[in-house]
Design a protein. Structure first.
Length: 132
């Protein structure tokens, strides 16, 4: 496993990514996943089929809170659910250069849904933190 054999690289990567943690509520995240039918926004994998392996143990897990734009905000307007596999594959690429027709999981329907979410529909699910 890469993380075990390259601990210093993982440590540096993690340090550089600390600012990339989404600042959204639990309900906002639940609603984001519901909007995408509890599927990966990129490939359509259902959350029931999302498994990951750590330390030799495979188990069902939650999606990643993927930053659509790595340089963008850490709020709901820049968050989409992504399975671990496609979160890793997108990695350092911009959405526009990575989620294109030559990508094996590209779907025009999913692309349109992502764009609609990011441009307007996320606003329907923002929870006003001042009222909690």
């Amino acid at each position: 496993m890469y993380d075990i054999s390259h601990p210093e690289k993982i440590k540096q990567y993690s340090k550089n990514r600390k600012h990339k943690k989404h600042n959204i509520s639990k309900n906002e995240w639940i609603n984001c996943k519901k909007y995408f039918n509890n599927e990966c926004a990129y490939c359509g994998l259902s959350i029931e089929d999302h498994y990951f392996t750590r330390l030799g143990i495979t188990k069902n897990g939650d999606f990643h809170k993927e930053h659509y734009n790595d340089d963008g905000s850490n709020t709901l307007d820049n968050c989409i659910p992504s399975c671990g596999s496609y979160n890793s594959r997108k990695w350092k690429f911009s959405f526009e250069e990575w989620y294109i027709e030559s990508n094996p999981v590209f779907s025009e329907r999913r692309l349109n849904k992502i764009i609609k979410w990011l441009n307007e529909d996320y606003k329907l699910y923002i929870i006003n933190k001042n009222t909690n």
